[in-house]
Design a protein around this ligand. Structure first.
Ligand SMILES: [Cu+2]
Length: 269
């Protein structure tokens, strides 16, 4: 069996790992077909609206709590596309942004995502171009981000309290609320213009989206370790997570999907 892709805390990436991640992202951002960054951005909200939030997707009338499984599949396909653009060494996985960490509570958005340029070159973790000609009105611009006060990011104690919830439904609802809050915090506004992270339609174009959702996925994984990998309503299991071919059942075990989370900073108990 091929070795597992390790998803690391962005704060613990080595300079070569960060460099490999940036190079792969740069390549992805310059590809405009379905291997590219813009394609993935356009699946979540504008203009395709596949995402599931608060038991709803614009594409279906069913009310299903698919927020966590759908985003797990989404990240998986994005990560595969990212790795396709990366060299073999070092192996990269999506990094996760621990917004509960002391560093995050001091500086907010991780430095890797906030620096405008690295050695004079564009930082693909800072921004991405949104190209959505099918949107009404059409969009063609850079993503924007106006993060809030770092002290207002959620605490580790809050995440711990979520891990103690024994019912998937309660856990999913409460984690999604925390997730919404961080989206709004990261997007913010400059008075007249709102940031993309706070806008469902364009959030997935902000490179920070992927690391925010990686943390959400990791919290679900930690919850599964504590409350049961298969702890989910049985009627959800056969549901296909469109546009991906995976079902909910397929995404329950992250190791079977080919990745794992590096244990660093936050212990898995
Ligand atoms: Cu989100």
């Amino acid at each position: 069996m091929a070795s597992l892709t390790v998803r690391k805390n962005v704060e613990s990436l080595t300079p070569p790992e960060l460099q490999a991640l940036r190079e792969a992202l740069l390549r992805m951002q310059s590809i405009w077909d379905n291997r590219g960054y813009n394609h993935f951005g356009s699946l979540h909200g504008i203009p395709n609206w596949y995402c599931n939030h608060h038991d709803r997707s614009i594409r279906t009338r069913q009310n299903l709590r698919l927020f966590l499984p759908w985003h797990r599949a989404y990240l998986l396909y994005f990560e595969k596309a990212l790795r396709d653009q990366a060299g073999p060494d070092p192996k990269i996985g999506l990094p996760w942004w621990d917004w509960t960490s002391p560093t995050s509570h001091t500086i907010g958005v991780p430095t890797a995502f906030a620096e405008p340029a690295i050695d004079g070159r564009f930082n693909p973790l800072l921004q991405a171009a949104i190209y959505a000609p099918a949107a009404n009105p059409p969009i063609w611009r850079w993503t924007r981000r106006f993060p809030g006060d770092p002290r207002w990011l959620p605490s580790g104690a809050l995440v711990d309290s979520l891990l103690n919830l024994s019912q998937f439904r309660d856990f999913s609802i409460q984690l999604e609320d925390v997730h919404d809050y961080v989206h709004g915090w990261a997007g913010g506004n400059n008075g007249s213009v709102g940031g993309d992270m706070g806008n469902l339609g364009t959030a997935a174009w902000d490179p920070l989206f992927w690391s925010h959702h990686c943390t959400i996925d990791r919290i679900w994984y930690m919850w599964q370790l504590r409350q049961g990998v298969n702890n989910i309503s049985p009627e959800l299991l056969p549901v296909v997570l469109q546009p991906f071919s995976l079902t909910v059942e397929d995404v329950l075990n992250i190791n079977a999907l080919g990745y794992e989370y590096a244990i660093s900073k936050v212990a898995i108990r």
